[in-house]
Design a protein around this ligand. Structure first.
Ligand SMILES: [Zn+2]
Length: 604
């Protein structure tokens, strides 16, 4: 059957009012009335976002005559019966700076198709064309960056693009701006980096470094050097802002938001902590090109964008991706081993500081992402485990466990790619555990029962010893201490409040940890502490105050809950040893050093 093409047109109608106008034309509409549906969520971000809430108005016409259109549900419109081609046109408000929706002002336009393009019911498999019109009212001349295949538009230009299906159409975000552009080759295909926003970064260096990381990832999945990428081209859309962080994966591109300071600075060759963050983010989203965009949970094949899609496997799709994002940096030689071990120490610290890991498994966290991980509140640290952070540690633990059997997590990723990615078959819920047992040749079911289905911490200290790395723990040295380094050997033992402070000058409690001193004293999230021990307290001074007291001291607390002043007594406890750092074991023998060299792909 020859399928008719669904034709879209998108115009930056009014950048000052942040309005796009988008139309969709169906040549052979359903004779009983054509339904049009907008997604409620975007793949990769597991929250019902109700993109239709930004549709200002929707109208329909056929052969120049208006056709009535009614809204059936929050995300579905239906036209009255009509025989000829029908066009539905919507005006859409776009002022969301995140990577998940759409944005338009006079400096820049950006959209995900999930927030813009209505899907004509019964025609999701039809080919699509989209004409992207140049706006009149912008500050500068804009170009276009997208992985959408061109169908007449000049390179980086406005005009006609195409997609093989609706699912493909909405998986290519589009950036329109006066961006800086740099191109490199990896996996034998061109890669673009389009950088929007004001910056003075060294984008050539970013391209050189990402070329190594991307080629390494292509080679990992192929199991051979100089391997080809699984797409014809790839686009990094980078939006640079003063302060922000985020990324979203797509099949042949990614949208990233980063801080201006995270771009490499001209003339500097070291990898700063900020730049390392950007490299890690780009590496993460690129790894998703395989792990979640092509190797998918069965629940996502195909995506049902009208409602939540439940899987217990995000600990592998996000967790393994989080494990490999930084590992790819060290294995491709972009960062050194010391820097990598610092990152692993920080991930361990993140997990240790989160009492929610004792109450929720990563399988449960994956399943409930829609209502818990993506809807965080004051109690999240007590109730929710991150399938990213703990999932990354499970990836590390599984990798080191498999290495004891002469295999590695790389073998799992390649098997997943061959069996599920290249065949486009969804990964069943229990398949990864079964695959690990098969590849290891030993029964690993207890590993998955304890660390994935259960809430046990993976035995990292013991496993890291195999590769000549020692895991240490100490108390945090103040609110800014994220772990990963040995710290300063303070003779004075530190106390803690058992609470995390909200940003700002006030001592406002963002989170109160179950079982900690603040919890025992009856303090609650959003309480504002004004005095400790009869002395006025500020967020800057609180770290110092905590070092001058000793564990066991009971101190008077004056605090506000809403507008009501109250007092309580708080018994200070020693700060928990929840800050991890890793160190190379200088005494490691030949076999251990060889295992380490194999793990990190570095010389012994
Ligand atoms: Zn991710």
């Amino acid at each position: 059957m020859l399928r008719s093409t669904t034709r879209y047109r998108i115009a930056a109608l009014d950048p000052r009012a942040h309005l796009f106008e988008v139309s969709c034309t169906v040549d052979d509409p359903d004779r009983d009335g054509q339904r049009f549906r907008l997604p409620t969520w975007i793949p990769g971000s597991y929250l019902i976002r109700e993109f239709a809430r930004h549709f200002i108005d929707v109208r329909a016409q056929s052969a120049g005559e208006p056709v009535s259109i009614v809204k059936e549900t929050k995300d579905v419109w239906r036209t009255s019966p009509c025989t000829g081609p029908i066009t539905v046109t919507a005006r859409i408000y776009a002022y969301d700076l995140s990577v998940r929706a759409a944005y338009l002002d006079r400096t820049r336009g950006f959209f995900n198709g999930t927030a813009m393009f209505l899907c004509p019911e019964g025609r999701a498999e039809n080919p699509c064309e989209v004409e992207i019109l140049a706006p009149a009212d912008t500050e500068t001349q804009w170009r276009i960056a997208t992985a959408l295949p061109r169908a007449g538009a000049p390179p980086y230009g406005f005009g006609l693009y195409r997609a093989a299906s609706y699912e493909e159409l909405i998986d290519h975000p589009v950036e329109m701006a006066d961006f800086s552009l740099v191109t490199f080759t990896a996996g034998s295909v061109p890669h673009d980096i389009a950088v929007s926003g004001r910056h003075r970064g060294d984008v050539e260096r970013l391209a050189r470094d990402l070329a190594r990381v991307c080629q390494w990832q292509c080679d990992l999945f192929a199991g051979a050097p100089d391997a080809r990428a699984p797409f014809d081209r790839y686009v990094f859309l980078v939006n640079v802002v003063g302060d922000g962080y985020g990324g979203l994966e797509h099949r042949s591109s990614t949208s990233l938001i980063c801080k201006r300071d995270e771009l490499p600075q001209p003339g500097i060759t070291a990898v700063s902590e900020d730049y390392r963050t950007l490299l890690g983010l780009a590496s993460h989203e690129y790894f998703h090109s395989w792990n979640v965009k092509r190797i998918k949970p069965a629940a996502f094949v195909p995506y049902d964008l009208s409602r939540e899609s439940y899987t217990t496997q995000l600990w592998a799709f996000e967790g393994f991706t989080s494990y490999y994002d930084d590992l790819a940096l060290v294995r491709s030689g972009v960062i050194d081993v010391k820097s990598y071990l610092e990152l692993v120490g920080r991930t361990i610290t993140t997990v240790l500081r989160n009492p929610g890991r004792e109450r929720q498994s990563v399988a449960e966290s994956s399943h409930d992402a829609w209502i818990k991980y993506y809807r965080q509140d004051e109690n999240t640290p007590n109730a929710v485990v991150s399938y990213y952070a703990k999932g990354a540690l499970i990836g590390l633990a599984l990798d080191l466990t498999l290495r004891r059997c002469g295999r590695s997590l790389d073998d799992i990723m390649r098997a997943l790619w061959q069996r599920y990615g290249q065949t486009a078959v969804g990964v069943p819920e229990e398949a990864i555990a079964a695959l690990a047992c098969e590849i290891a040749g030993v029964d690993l079911r207890e590993f998955f029962a304890r660390y994935v289905e259960g809430t046990d911490d993976p035995p990292l200290a013991e496993l890291l010893r195999d590769v000549g790395v020692s895991l240490h723990r100490r108390a945090a040295e103040g609110a800014k201490d994220r772990g990963g380094s040995p710290g300063h050997d303070d003779a004075q033992p530190r106390c803690w409040l058992g609470a995390k402070l909200a940003p700002g000058a006030d001592v406002k409690l963002a989170h109160v940890y179950i079982g900690g001193p603040a919890h025992e004293a009856g303090l609650a999230p959003n309480d504002v502490i004004i005095a400790l021990d009869g002395l006025k307290v500020t967020s800057d001074a609180i770290d110092k105050m905590l070092t001058t007291h000793r564990a066991g001291d009971a101190i008077a607390v004056h605090a506000f809950r809403r507008d009501e002043l109250f007092t309580t007594r708080l018994a200070l406890a020693p700060a928990p040893r929840d800050t991890a750092w890793l160190e190379l074991d200088a005494e490691a023998g030949t076999i251990t050093r060889a295992a380490r060299a194999s793990w990190l792909d570095v010389a012994e």
